[in-house]
Design a protein around this ligand. Sequence first.
Ligand code: BGC
Length: 756
Amino acid sequence: MTTTPQTALPPDRVAFLDDLMARMTLPEKLGQLNLITTNIPVEDDKLAEIRAGRVGGMLGGLFPCTFGVNGPEGLRAVQEAAVRESRLGIPLLLAYDVIHGHQTVFPIPLAVSCTWDLDHVEVTARTAAREASASGLNWVFSPMVDIGRDPRWGRIAEGSGEDPYLGAQIAGAMIHGLQGDDLSSPDSVMACVKHFVGYGAPEGGRDYNNADMSPARLWDVYLPPFQAAVAAEAGSVMMAFSAVNGMPSHADTDLLSKILPGVLKVSDFDGIPEMIAHGLGDEAGQIVADDPLQTLSERALRAGVQMDMMGKGFITRLEAALAAGRVTMAQIDSACRAVLEAKEKLGLFADPFARFDPARAAQVILAPQHRQAARTVAADSCVLLKNDGDLLPLAKTGTIAVVGPLADDTKNVLGPWAFQGDPATAVSVLAGIRAVVGDGATVLHARGANITEDRRMLDLLNFAGPKVDLDPRTPEEMQAEAVEVARRADVVIAVVGEAAEMSGESASRMDIGIPENQRDLLKALHQTGTPVVLVTMNGRPLTLPWEAETLPAILVSWFGGCEAGHAVADLLFGDRVPSGRLTTSWPRHVGQVPLPYDRATTGRPGNPANDPGKYSTRCYLDGPSEPLFPFGFGLSTTVFAYGVPQVDAPVLRGDVPLTVTVEVTNAGTRTGVETVQLYLTDPVASVVRPGRQLRGFRKVRLEPGQTQTVSFTLTTADLEFHDQALNRTWEPGQFIIGIGPHSADLKTVSVDWLKD
Ligand code: BGC
């Protein structure tokens, strides 16, 4: 596959960079490849390195770092040192992990993907770019476009779910939001797409673990979002820690050159030296000069990695590698050029201080319109999984018990990777409910339980300082209080789930249910007889078999960011209609994973009841194969009726577009927003194909009784896949087009699509 070449620089800027490079020494060139971390105020030894021209970029410290909070002054000192005190005055790339908002914290990316709304996605990224850039940052390590199909993997929270088609569209919207129409504009930041590639497929769901997969799967499932990001002119890409098919991406010459020409390629944090622990040598399996760091640093450069984040090998070992003839000056020049071009495209040479603007920072950070956007996106991210007897929306009257360890929480609600988010600016669900119901209802509250009582987990979560608050009362005392409150109420809203740190990096779980002590609380609340609305806070799909069987209403609120409390209350009390749809399959039991919706059928039947003559089936003896909630699923507080899809031509020849239409009616009594989904099946092919693949979606808002004809266009590009020789191709024949409310509820029409 070829990727769109990145926009070329104008000739005078090319000449400027040529001249600059001609004046650079070898150590200065290697300095540009060196990406280090800092705290603010920056440490003296790091300032000295910057002044010596030995640093190309800086990443804000991993743990709460204050530059955003205090405005741009701290960071400015770093840029001053580079521009005014180094010999050539080359400005620095100033980076941070801005994952779902900066100080206005949006829902986690997995939640935002559940809006199926590319405008929402772009708004989250644009808002983050405006705020981060006003704090002096010019580079963000976002978006994470890893396809995630294993909910045990904590970083599933940072991506857009399991589907490559949706993931690719979201990747493009993120890049446009972060980089804007003009990357050099002071309110744009350079995106860094991560983690290249296959990082979302770790064996056993354990973070950093390696993956083994067919090349066709790599190309059809894991690469498309990266290709979309490159096509959208993403400025940079970060490598993955893990090895896929035996090769860490930091050393993967083949993939780096095929997919990422013209994009700045950066290692992950310490990712180059970590190849030593992978047991990697050079291309011949040897350690060079008795120095593993040199061996892997030169190998990464040869493979195409251009910036070394925290590995220190580029800055300390490449001179020796050059002298030994193991890397070429052309390879070093090309990496240095990529860094300088990124700086040029960001406008840093024209004005290195344009992004340091305290007045703009004061104006944009947590601006009312940013908070309003966060509230809207948070509401549209929530997914309604169950609503028996139309329990929701609730009336703003009577007595409402708001219970659970996450009900009055302003810290976890921000989610993982929200280092610049300040809990003092966040709205808890309890506060949101109080604000939305006003004086018409009595709102009671009890904590009911801690997030977890699992000591091992707590020790791990709190390893770098206390993260998960514990109530000093015993579980029995907390639960008794909650039960008493529930008995006095007309309805219970139970806000339970995960601590923020239970998802995100290095936060895999083997049990993906609601922690046991919180489930005990739910059972006790249920036994009071007061109806329980379950509101989950979570960074991954959860297994909820008991809850789905027993409780009348379930709303998934993810980690909704600083406006989560208002957003959840808006939905619970009918001020906004629930419209989120899952972008991952939700298993019944962790033993089912991975369980993506596009899995292929096999030769054996799925359910013996449907095929009694056959003894051997592919289902489990102790439970069904199907997920509890399928990909694309989400309820509304109205019901939608679908017609049978229509095509404008039952037989097509060659590369002509096909129009598919379907009538969708709001058959209920409330306004609703539906996400109409189109899936394609290729029933006969030269290789086993996915059972169905998402190929289109449209969001429509319908008043009660209203019908709308929704139209989709398909082209032969939608039919393509990688064959075993990795050729991208499509095969003529019958195709089945299914349209419906989610991946497991489709009405179909078929077409014959012939080559000519
Ligand atoms: C993560 C990256 C992140 C980097 C810098 C790494 O551990 O894998 O996603 O951007 O740290 O914080």
